[in-house]
Design a protein around this ligand. Structure first.
Ligand code: AMP
Ligand code: ZN
Length: 139
């Protein structure tokens, strides 16, 4: 399904021009217009899925291999020493475009800082309760 109102559906379908790095029958890979670092790319499925919870399993199985291929190409082409694979689900998690996408962000020695979380101290009892309740919800 494609959503005519969705900007990433329109970009993935080629209706809106983008800096396309790669395209096949399932995906278009573009450069992000608000990059976290030089070469920040987005993997967009051509079909509309709101987030990872909705993503088709066949498409899901192809996403990580493509991200790995893209990251390897970035290391070769851009001279980055590594890359982050980031994928946001829901507003509170930082998702701003509600069409599933994967960020592939090149990282350079002494390059731009990218926000990371502050590790909290885990309480063993709470870990036990949390693992039980998530485990139950997965069944
Ligand atoms: P997220 O916050 O995970 O939903 O990521 C959305 C990303 O899409 C952000 O990094 C934006 O900079 C990027 N973005 C939004 N609109 C466009 C566009 N038209 N072309 C390229 N990147 C875009
Ligand atoms: Zn869409």
């Amino acid at each position: 399904m494609v959503d005519k109102e969705c900007i990433f559906c329109r970009i993935a379908g080629g209706e809106i021009p983008s800096s396309t790095i790669y395209e096949d029958e399932d995906f278009r890979v573009i450069l992000d217009l608000g990059p976290a670092s030089k070469g920040h790319a987005l993997i967009l499925p051509k079909e509309h899925y709101r987030d990872l919870c909705e993503l088709d399993h066949t498409i899901a199985a192809k996403v990580l291999p493509l991200a790995g291929r893209l990251g390897a190409a970035m290391k070769k082409a851009l001279g980055c020493s590594g890359f982050n694979v980031v994928q946001n689900n829901g507003e509170d998690a930082g998702q701003t475009v509600f069409h599933f996408h994967v960020h592939v962000i090149p990282r350079y020695k002494d390059g731009a800082k990218i926000a990371a979380w502050e590790p909290q101290k885990a309480d063993p009892e709470q870990l036990s309760r949390l693992s039980s309740s998530i485990k139950e919800a997965m069944e």
